[in-house]
Structures are given as structure tokens and as C-alpha cells.
Ligand binder design. Structure first.
Ligand SMILES: Cc1cc2nc3c(=O)[nH]c(=O)nc-3n(C[C@H](O)[C@H](O)[C@H](O)COP(=O)(O)OP(=O)(O)OC[C@H]3O[C@@H](n4cnc5c(N)ncnc54)[C@H](O)[C@@H]3O)c2cc1C
Ligand SMILES: NC(=O)c1ccc[n+]([C@@H]2O[C@H](COP(=O)([O-])OP(=O)(O)OC[C@H]3O[C@@H](n4cnc5c(N)ncnc54)[C@H](O)[C@@H]3O)[C@@H](O)[C@H]2O)c1
Length: 467
């Protein structure tokens, strides 16, 4: 391939993760042509290294935990080898031919290689067969995902990142997990189930700090019950390893690692997983060629022909939110005449620990800071207070909470922590997006006995004048 081998499409999308695929698909369905540039596996981080493998690992563990708390069924046990085989099936053995077939069928032109913007509506793709230019008649979309943020204290240690944890091949006997967010608690769960002795080092005072405080407390106590040590206030000040080596995905990256923390002492392990957040992957996409920076992407000050969506953009770094942005953008590019989106679309998220943490919209603290103390009222109940939730398993521990705007009488946020809490979330999302008054929600009758009865319990706890 040479530089004269130029390709043209209405829309050029750089990054073929779930978000880039969706933009291209919606654009094509709207009558445009689309080229999708992908440097690794078509399907992106989510399909091979993030959502899919992590959830493929966590679901059987959840089922095993549930059966241990359900009299009448023999305990199911996690079988590490078979669990990893399930993961391999769900990541299609790191082979994207199924996705390539889908793209072909969807009339999307796949261009393999690393894409970089080199001028207005011009993208240069360096691929296995050389370099080619792809031009866009209308729009270029950055859907290049995100990359992990690794604190410099781990330089030279070759720590595990989330790709190693989801792609685990060698299970370390002792594993340190640094971070107290979503990846840390989910990975701690499956690594412990696979047989690692896990210790989570959390810099802050709690796990899952972006959630209602009870979520982190309940998950911490559940992790501890599962034999996982959680050390709070443990800021890593040094990390040392002999023979650090990149031995490959999911393999132990060298000799013992010794990690020293500011206030909680020193810990030695066979591997350390760093899960300290991610940032948009914008370092090598050619923003500089346009005189732009990652800050311009964050603030949305891009030329009209350039967009950034998914993890690469300013929105919440979650697959479903990125795909939502992609659907909206893809349809808009194709000129679809759609009703305008609501002003503040709430972000739902499920943390697939046992118990699960499902949340959407604002926490109480966020609502108080946005609306003022007098304008916020909450209702909080135990997860097992409904027949439907307590039947799920005999230790249906957890809590449920709604945050209500007292003046408008509508739900602003909801959090459910408990077994299968994920399935309760969408009702809350609909209530928030639809701005359904809580006085009307009373008339949405949940079937008996289902987990949704928790809504009755929460609504009953609200002040009488609101219901
Ligand atoms: C361990 C883990 C578990 C997660 N679990 C969940 C979950 O359960 N639910 C959830 O909603 N979210 C989850 N997430 C977040 C989710 O993975 C991301 O929000 C999602 O992948 C974002 O999709 P995307 O298409 O924007 O980016 P990605 O999936 O990262 O895809 C970006 C693609 O762009 C390609 N690319 C990048 N730069 C270039 C370039 N210059 N040229 C060509 N190609 C390029 C990459 O190779 C990649 O294929 C998880 C994340 C992690 C790390
Ligand atoms: N189930 C899901 O939806 C799911 C699962 C996994 C990942 N994700 C996505 O992936 C993103 C990244 O996950 P994550 O867990 O890495 O990020 P996160 O933002 O959830 O958590 C980062 C954690 O690292 C800590 N931290 C940050 N800098 C640190 C430092 N220098 N030293 C020590 N600790 C530090 C933070 O205090 C926090 O506890 C999430 O924002 C989420 O959107 C989603």
C-alpha cells in the first residue's frame, strides 16, 4: 500500500471499540458511508480486555456465592481452569474475525492500522502494509478509548494493568491491588476466587468513593468476608521488584514486588495490579496537527467536523454511555430528525461485586451541593426489607436509597447494594429521565414477590406531603 492509495468516506471513525463501531453503524444506517480505523482488535478494549472478560469471570463466582447462601441447593464451587476457559470463549480467544464479519455485513469499511489526523478531514493510517490516507467528506470521529493512569512510583516495576487481570493466565499466590475504585474491587473478587491471596491498598478513606458511602462500606465488609484484606489510607510511596519483565498478558511480570505505603507499612507479593484510573487515549491521534490539545476535547471546543465520543471524549467512561453518545452522534450525522435529548442524561453504573452496587444519577452529597440542603430528601431501606429481595438468597444484605428533589418531587439519584441489584437499576433510570413525580411512582405497582418491591419500601419512607 502507498500513500497514493487514498480512501474516502463520509465519516471516518478512528477507533473500532464498541463506541466507534456504533457511530459507524448508525451513520451507515442513515445512508452515509463510513470507514473505521482500528489499530488492534476490532471490538476494542471492552470486548477483549475489559467488560466482557471481567463479567465472564464474575458471573460464575456470583452464582457460586449465591448457592452457598441458598438452602436447598448443593454448594457450587468455582473451578479455576474452567472459569478461565469461559473467559477465553467470551473474548473469542483474542480473535476479531467475528467482528470483521459483522463490519462487512454492516457495510462499514475497515482500515487496519494506527490512525492519526494530519489535516482538516484527513487521517493517515499506518498499518501492517504501509501508510494510507483516508479522507472524510463530512466528519472525523475520535473513538480511541482510554489508557490506564499508572503513578510514576511504579516505574521499572512492570506492574499488572487491568488487561493482565482480565487476561490472567498465571494466578499469583499473593496479589496486591492498588486502588479503591471499580476495577480494584471487581478484580480483587475474581482473583481471590481463582486462589490468590489478595490485599487491596486504598489511598483514600473508603472503597468506591464516587458512590453513596454505604456502598463502599458494604463492599469492603463483603470482600473481607471473602478473605480479601482491605487496607485504607495506604498511599504507595515506593515499589521495588527484582527482575521486572514484561512476560506477556496475564503472566507474572518478574520476581517478588515490595510496596511501601505512607502510613500502613510494607507489603510483599508475587504481583501488583495497579488500578488507579484511566484517561482518554488522545496522546498520538494528531490533535497537535490541528493546534488542539486533550483539554480542547474535554471542553468540547473542536472544529465542527471533528467529534470525540466514548472513553476518548468528555463523557462518563462506560460502554453503555459511549454507545449512547455514538447512537446520538451517528443519527445526527445522518440527518435523522429526532426529538431533542433531555438536558442531563443520568449515568447508570453497576459494579459487579458480591453484593452488586447499582447506581444512577446523583448521590445525596451531589444533590445537596447542587440544590442546597433544604431541597433534598432521601429515603433509605435495608435491601432485605421486601419479600422479593429476601427470597433472592438467605443473606440478602445491603441497602437501597433514593435521592429526591423536594421542590419538584422527582427522583435525582438511586443506589442499590445487594444481590442482583443490577436488575433494579433501570426503573430508577426511567424515573429520572422521565421526571416521574414520586406521587405517581406510588401507582407503579411491583409484582409480588419481586425485588422491585423495594420501591414500595423506599416511597413509604418519604415525607407524607411528597407521596
Ligand atoms: C477492566 C475493565 C472493566 C470494565 N467493565 C465495564 C463494564 O462492566 N461496563 C461498562 O459499561 N464499562 C466497563 N468498562 C469501561 C469500558 O471498557 C469502556 O468504557 C469502553 O471500552 C469504551 O469504549 P470505546 O469504544 O470508547 O473505547 P475502547 O473499547 O477502548 O476502544 C477503542 C479502540 O480504539 C483503538 N484505537 C485507539 N487509538 C487508535 C488509533 N490512533 N488508531 C486506530 N485505532 C485506535 C483501540 O485499539 C481500541 O480498539 C471497563 C473497563 C475496564 C478497564
Ligand atoms: N462495572 C463497571 O462499570 C466498570 C468496571 C471496571 C471499570 N470501569 C470503568 O473503568 C474506569 C477506570 O476504573 P478504575 O477502577 O481504574 O478507576 P476509578 O476512578 O473507579 O478508581 C480509581 C481508584 O484509584 C485511586 N487512585 C487514583 N490515583 C491514585 C494514586 N496515585 N495512588 C493510589 N490510588 C490512586 C482512586 O482514589 C480510586 O480509588 C472507571 O471509571 C469505570 O468507568 C467500569
Amino acid at each position: 500500500m502507498t500513500d497514493t492509495d487514498e480512501l474516502n468516506a463520509d465519516v471516518v471513525v478512528i477507533g473500532g471499540g464498541p463506541v466507534g463501531e456504533n457511530v459507524a453503524q448508525y451513520a451507515v444506517e442513515g445512508g452515509l458511508s463510513a470507514a473505521l480505523v482500528e489499530g488492534e482488535l476490532l471490538g476494542g478494549e471492552c470486548s477483549y480486555y475489559a467488560c466482557m472478560p471481567s463479567k465472564a469471570l464474575l458471573r460464575p463466582i456470583d452464582v457460586a456465592h449465591t448457592t452457598a447462601h441458598l438452602p436447598g441447593v448443593e454448594d457450587a464451587a468455582v473451578q479455576p481452569k474452567e472459569l478461565l476457559a469461559r473467559r477465553d470463549t467470551w473474548v473469542s480467544h483474542y480473535d476479531d474475525s467475528g467482528q470483521v464479519e459483522w463490519a462487512d455485513g454492516a457495510d462499514i469499511t475497515l482500515v487496519r492500522g494506527h490512525g492519526r489526523i494530519v489535516g482538516e478531514r484527513r487521517v493517515e493510517v499506518s498499518g501492517p502494509d504501509g501508510t494510507r490516507t483516508v479522507t472524510a467528506d463530512r466528519t472525523v470521529v475520535l473513538a480511541t478509548g482510554s489508557v490506564p493512569v499508572v503513578p510514576p512510583v511504579f516505574d521499572g516495576v512492570s506492574p499488572w494493568g487491568s488487561r493482565d487481570a482480565t487476561g490472567v493466565v498465571e494466578v499469583p499466590e499473593r496479589l496486591l491491588v492498588v486502588g479503591g475504585g471499580v476495577i480494584a474491587v471487581e478484580a480483587a473478587t475474581w482473583m481471590a476466587a481463582l486462589g490468590s491471596q489478595v490485599r487491596v491498598l486504598v489511598r483514600g478513606p473508603a472503597l468506591l468513593e464516587k458512590n453513596e458511602p454505604f456502598a463502599g462500606d458494604i463492599v469492603r465488609s463483603a470482600l473481607e468476608k471473602a478473605g480479601i484484606a482491605v487496607v485504607l489510607g495506604a498511599d504507595v510511596t515506593s515499589a521495588v521488584r527484582k527482575h521486572a519483565d514484561d512476560t506477556g498478558l496475564g503472566r507474572i511480570h518478574g520476581g517478588e514486588v515490595t510496596v511501601t505505603t505512607s502510613a500502613s507499612g510494607t507489603f510483599t507479593a508475587d504481583e501488583v495490579l495497579v488500578a488507579t484510573g484511566r484517561r482518554p487515549n488522545l496522546a498520538d491521534v494528531g490533535l497537535d496537527a490541528l493546534g488542539l490539545s486533550a483539554g480542547d476535547v474535554r471542553s468540547g471546543t473542536l472544529p465542527e467536523w471533528l467529534h470525540a465520543v466514548g472513553d476518548a471524549g468528555p463523557g462518563a467512561p462506560l460502554t453503555h454511555m459511549g454507545k449512547y453518545e455514538a447512537r446520538v452522534l451517528g443519527s445526527k450525522l445522518a440527518g435523522a430528525d429526532e426529538a431533542p435529548a433531555p438536558a442531563n442524561v443520568p449515568v447508570p453504573q453497576v459494579v459487579f461485586t458480591d453484593p452488586q452496587v447499582a447506581s444512577v444519577g446523583q448521590t445525596e452529597a451531589e444533590a445537596r451541593s447542587a440544590l442546597g440542603d433544604d431541597a433534598v430528601v432521601t429515603s433509605e431501606v435495608g435491601f432485605g426489607t421486601a419479600a422479593g429481595t429476601s427470597l433472592l438468597r438467605d443473606d440478602a444484605d445491603g441497602r437501597a436509597k433514593i435521592v429526591v428533589d423536594r421542590r419538584r418531587g422527582v427522583v435525582m439519584g438511586a443506589t442499590f447494594v445487594g444481590p442482583d441489584a443490577a436488575e433494579l437499576l433501570h426503573a430508577a433510570t426511567i424515573a429520572i429521565v422521565g421526571e416521574v413525580p414520586v406521587s405517581v411512582l406510588r401507582h407503579a405497582v411491583p409484582s409480588y414477590p419481586t425485588a422491585s418491591e423495594l420501591w414500595l419500601r423506599m416511597l413509604e419512607q418519604l415525607p407524607r406531603d411528597l407521596r
